[in-house]
Design a protein around this ligand. Sequence first.
Ligand code: UTP
Length: 293
Amino acid sequence: MSSIKPVRKAVIPVAGWGTRFLPATKAMPKEMLPIVDTPTIQYIVEEAVASGIEQVCLVTAHTKKAIEDHFDRSLELEALLDAGGKTEFADQIRAIADMAEIVAVRQKEAKGLGHAVLCAESFAAGEPIAVLLGDDVVYNEGTPCLKQLIDVYNETGGSVLGVQTVPHENICKYGCVDGEKIGDRLYTVNDMIEKPAPEDAPTDVGVLGRYVITPGIFEKLKATKPGAGGEIQLTDALKALAKEEKMYAYDFEGRRYDVGDRLGFLEATVEYALRREDLAAPFKTYLKSILTK
Ligand code: UTP
């Protein structure tokens, strides 16, 4: 499949209201919630860059300015840190702005994930896109999650959904894949069902916030009628695309956290802190001490 276009562009929708995390998200984007000391969105952009992505499009809203600012230069802060001899911090702050070419488009109303992706049509300009949800973080010491999906796209030329097998009772929280297992971690996608009741779910294979999608998705999104909650669902457009093109699901390696959910956020905070050289030992001692009380 040498003629397929490479995946150079990523779309990260960050325009949702984050109602599951109120009141924190009343005036602050949930994508800026820090895991230890780094905003969630930064982990996601770092994963995209480590996967070979060159351009990132943030689909934002008027309440999300802090996200754009985070990836911009902060000349005053850099000067202050340099003058105070804190060059290590100054370099760190500069590096965030230089990570990738980042642009932003506005989703003027939060009309769903599918609508958010559609807002990035001109950015995609006929190329395949990676889509990473702005509140889903995947930790993996080996190949980054998105890179695993891009590798499958490069072999097959088809759209690839990042999936994992979830506990049966939890499939109602995810898009569910109906398909055949054709390899160690690979499935074909015949159909998809958004958040099915466990008894109606054909499999326990759930879609978890990472996608590589061919350009045909935009025509499907335009034809998609608002579904549950009046939102334009990405799942509905993907279902339509799967009827016309080969589509795959890949059971990626990595620990995934739903940071937009309270428990998911706490799990991410604890586990990332335990992975940090500067924090692991004292934090472990602290956790042991409160758990034995
Ligand atoms: P979620 O469904 O988790 O986001 O969408 P939400 O609607 O903000 O969350 P809750 O359920 O109210 O707590 C996943 C990602 O898609 C973005 C969100 O910002 C999040 O990063 N999104 C969602 C949009 O950009 N636009 C939308 O209309 C909906």
